[in-house]
Design a protein around this ligand. Structure first.
Ligand SMILES: [Zn+2]
Length: 108
């Protein structure tokens, strides 16, 4: 298990969110869902992000990718690949636990 701990959400400053190597900004599920509820105009990304809301609720990774697209207006090929892969993994999981990412990856 990678080290992760709880910190207060930076948006609502009320709920707690998990912080770990792949997710250093504490944003609770509630605020995260709100953040990614903005509409997407680009057809390609509209299609990519058109997955069940439940999957976003279950994976902070999926929320982060979508939030990053909304923030910067683009994604790298690798991020798109990972999004599809993790979305599929979350879908396959029967339990409601958050899906751990396969391995740490350096962000540039
Ligand atoms: Zn919050």
């Amino acid at each position: 298990m990678s080290a992760s701990y709880k910190q207060k959400c930076i948006i609502c400053k009320k709920n707690y969110a998990m912080v770990s190597w792949n997710n250093r900004t504490p944003i609770c599920t509630q605020c995260g869902m709100l953040e990614i509820s903005k509409p997407i105009k680009d057809e390609k990304f509209k299609k990519l992000f058109n997955i069940k809301k439940e999957l976003y609720e279950r994976s902070s990774f999926l929320r982060n990718i979508k939030a990053s697209y909304l923030r910067f207006g683009h994604l790298t090929e690798k991020q798109i690949e990972m999004f599809k892969k993790v979305a599929e993994e979350v879908k396959q999981r029967k339990d409601k636990k958050e899906v751990e990412l396969p391995q740490p990856d350096k962000q540039n």
